[in-house]
Design a protein around this ligand. Structure first.
Ligand code: ATP
Ligand code: MG
Length: 445
């Protein structure tokens, strides 16, 4: 890799406008963090951050459209005319840290600001006005050599904020970096401090891992470093080497935009069925426990668990059309596409050509069933609970049982879905079970 220089950096025009405005008013404007790192690696990205010696109130005075993003950390959001949001943060230094967050105060120089950052590759700053690339910790050399190294004393840096352990695993995985040995050693020692972190920060880290093009390397490092066992003990407990490798390969095959599918596939390391009666870890409740502990939104928890619990049994080419409709009905609306995505990814990960062909074939048939307009959900039946009550049976659970039976018959044969046929069949079932109300009870005559 050739050593990149500041002149290789090409930020978006609107970032330059923000930087120029600060510079024209006598402040320094430095691009910092992930965008500088990624551009030095030749990767495009849109979210540039600026560091400045202007204080937050001064930044707010300079720009007409600003959002106070985190004034206590000195961060002001500046909206450019297109509505792109840039984070402008006043230089900071840490004055106190407790492993969970740092208490910061404003600093006067970019060098002080870079010294409080986590890894050398994240501690590079570029000032467009002067073309200067400030790299006091030799982050460019580490980037070129593929090394992840803490800024300064590694053990101290992790102890200041244990999230840096997870961040380190993510960066090493995403950029295929090797840990500098002292950083590796300190990171492994710091794993035991991870339990102090808040669930929200740990969750956001996992979400970032799962949004990367290929999460497998970082996830493998989660397990190898022992970090997995601290926050994801259910995964640690159930992951045998083969199952873990299969999960990671499948996650890589899933689209990075489908973060929840990747999350679901990760949870599927926990078997969906309770394989062992004595286990206190039946699959679904273990998965539910993990999602709740990480404080995923209720909607995300529901979605992931729904997919988790319907991942198996799956459809196959030998299934009849009725089987396919029954399966569609059992998984509920809006679910088949995601389940197929997960099974397709698994087949691609396994390089199973026959399996892929079979999936294509079944997907076409499932799709056709959906398009055919054949009744699938309970609500597709042309009769409802009121119709059943009108036949003279008492309100109660039997009404639901009758509807379920009619539903099962309609899934088998869609032609039955007419009022005349279904009401007649309901009458027969009621009679057979001796369930008529008193007025029509044959014994009473
Ligand atoms: P990405 O956006 O790709 O996740 P990033 O490096 O931009 O990576 P951010 O969380 O956006 O990460 O943070 C921006 C910069 O702030 C980092 O590059 C790093 O310099 C610094 N930083 C962020 N979090 C921490 C932390 N916990 N400890 C020290 N420095 C941090
Ligand atoms: Mg960032």
């Amino acid at each position: 890799m050739t050593k990149p220089t500041g002149s290789d950096l090409r930020p978006p025009r609107s970032l330059s406008n923000v930087a120029n405005c600060l510079e024209d008013h006598g402040y320094e404007a430095w691009a910092v963090g992930g965008a500088v790192r990624d551009h030095l690696l030749g990767l495009e990205r849109g979210d540039w951050d600026l560091a400045t010696n202007a204080r937050p109130d001064q930044v707010m005075e300079l720009f007409s459209r600003t959002v106070p993003l985190g004034m206590e950390h000195g961060t002001v959001g500046v909206l450019d005319p297109d509505g792109t949001l840039f984070e402008v943060t006043t230089f900071r230094r840490d004055v106190e840290t407790d492993g969970r967050h740092a208490v910061v105060e404003f600093a006067d120089s970019i060098d002080e600001d870079l010294a409080r950052r986590d890894f050398t590759i994240n501690a590079i700053a570029w000032r467009e006005r002067t073309g200067e690339l400030r790299d006091p910790w030799n982050g460019r050399a580490d980037l070129a050599a593929g090394i992840l190294r803490a800024v300064g004393d590694a053990a101290a840096r992790f102890a200041e904020d244990y999230l840096r352990v997870f961040r380190g695993l993510r960066f090493a995985g995403a950029y295929d970096l090797t840990f500098d040995p002292p950083t590796r050693e300190a990171l492994e020692a710091a794993v035991s401090g991870l339990d102090r972190l808040s669930a929200e920060r740990v969750r956001e880290e996992l979400v970032k891992v799962l949004a990367a093009p290929t999460p497998s390397a970082a996830l493998r490092l989660y397990r190898d470093s022992g970090a997995l066992g601290v926050w994801y003990p259910e995964l640690e407990r159930h992951a045998n080497d083969a199952g873990w490798d299969e999960a990671l390969a499948t996650i890589d095959e899933l689209n990075a935009r489908d973060g929840l599918l990747r999350l679901c596939r990760l949870l599927l390391v926990i078997p969906t069925e309770q394989h062992d009666e004595s286990s206190e870890d039946p699959g679904e409740s273990a998965a539910a426990g993990l999602l709740a502990r990480l404080k995923f939104s209720k909607a995300d928890q529901r979605r992931v668990l729904h997919l988790y619990s319907h991942f198996l049994p799956f459809v196959s080419p030998v299934d009849s059309s009725a089987d396919l409709r029954e399966w569609l009905s059992s998984i509920g609306p809006g679910t088949e596409r995601d389940l197929f995505r997960m099974h397709f990814a698994a087949a691609r990960a396994a390089g199973a050509e026959d399996e892929l062909n079979a999936l294509v074939f079944v997907w076409r048939r499932v799709h056709e069933e959906r398009l055919s307009g054949a009744p699938i959900e309970r609500g597709d039946l042309v009769v409802n609970g009121t119709d059943i009550l009108d036949l003279g049976i008492e309100p109660g659970p039997l009404v639901r049982l009758l509807l379920e039976e009619l539903h099962a018959r309609v899934l088998e044969d869609p032609e039955l879905n007419t009022r005349e046929v279904l009401l007649q069949q309901a009458r027969e079932l009621i009679e057979m079970a001796g369930l008529e109300g008193p007025a029509s009870d044959p014994e009473a005559e």
